[in-house]
Write a new protein. Sequence first.
Length: 462
Amino acid sequence: MLRHKIIFLAVAPLSLALAAITVVVRQQAAELGQQQRAAIEAAYVASKNAELKHYVDLALHAIRHLYDTGRTDAAIKNEAQQILADLEFSGDGYFFIYDQNGRNIMHPRQPELVGSEMWDWHDSNGTLTVQLLINRSNQGGGFVHYNWQKPSSRSVAPKMGYVDGLPRWGWVVGSGLYLDDIELALADIDQQVSGHLHRTMLLIAAIAVLSALMVALAGLLLNFSEQRAADAKLRHLAQRVVRSQEEERARLSRDLHDGISQWLVSIKLQIEAALIRIKGSPEQAVAARATFHKTASQINDVLAEVRRISHALRPAILDDLGLAAAIEHLCGEWRTTSGESDGAELVFESEGDLASLTDVANTVLFRIAQEALTNVARHAQASRIVVRLLGAKTFVMLQVEDDGRGFDLAQVCQHPRRGIGLSNMQERVEAVGGQLSLDSSAAGTKVIAVIPHHPSYSLSHA
């Protein structure tokens, strides 16, 4: 125990120091990444704004000679529309035209919108896009952010538009750039920063783990042999506890059978003899006989209960005929006592080699079957129970499965006055080096106990 404390005192400060370094490095790297991202985003957006305004200025300049003629007829407007429709930039760059009432006059990439009244049209965020574009144009032009379908992908993407107006024609002319490219560029930057940070964290973690392992290994090498000896002693003690419990149960079983049972038989014989010697009036004799007969019947019930308790404490059939016969007998008794009253069907199945287990292991499996069937009778309300006993080359498995209502395993285990039987089953199996698994739901409950064939668990070695 002292060596464990020394190892802890050596590893703990090292681990705390490395953890503090990790937190500081991570925080500084995250702040640096955020600053870098903000700076790149601001520069990128500013360049896109300037580029978009330049595009709209070029478009207006391309039709300026038509607008400056002062004409407002359809022919001059159609010529201007044709010029703007032919102007494109990048893959998804185009120009659009709306009138002051929100009617779409030109849209090269979505011709189905031309002529549509779009004053009340809004994007996926509920923004009244066309109204916003017209208002910004009437204010002297400017930038507008909204969502719009991207021509190349046919998906809706965030867009930054710039609009300006031609008052005499009542036009709102504009264009836009889709911002998903900016988001992709920033996401790539975030991924690079995250990758660098992740590699740094892994390097620090590797150093921490290696350092802690070196310190822990040095301590473990000092007490490895002593730990093995301590484990062996604990295992030996657990086996002795189990054996002592079973020896006490066997003694109590003999006392009940040889003492109380014989005494009750003697009382029964005396009462039966008294029935013959009763003298008195005929009516009194009849009443006395009825009373004595009832008492004799009650004593028979007491005798049956004594025999049942004796068998439950230490079944002799387990020592005489083995595990399979003992569990089969247990199932038969369960059918007689609980199965008949509940109408439940119990099936017992046994196969494989069951003779190689030690006495204590046989007792453990029998007790688990006994506890499991007791729980089924008390709580499960099951209509069918299956008890399986399987002997393999390296282990013996006991399985008790029912189709009852089940229970909440976590809640039962945490309750201070419930789950004692489950805890006892777990402790018994672990004492002989086995494993116990419990699975319960509304469809039923399954208890599986597996005990390996291992000579170190035999009572002869305890």
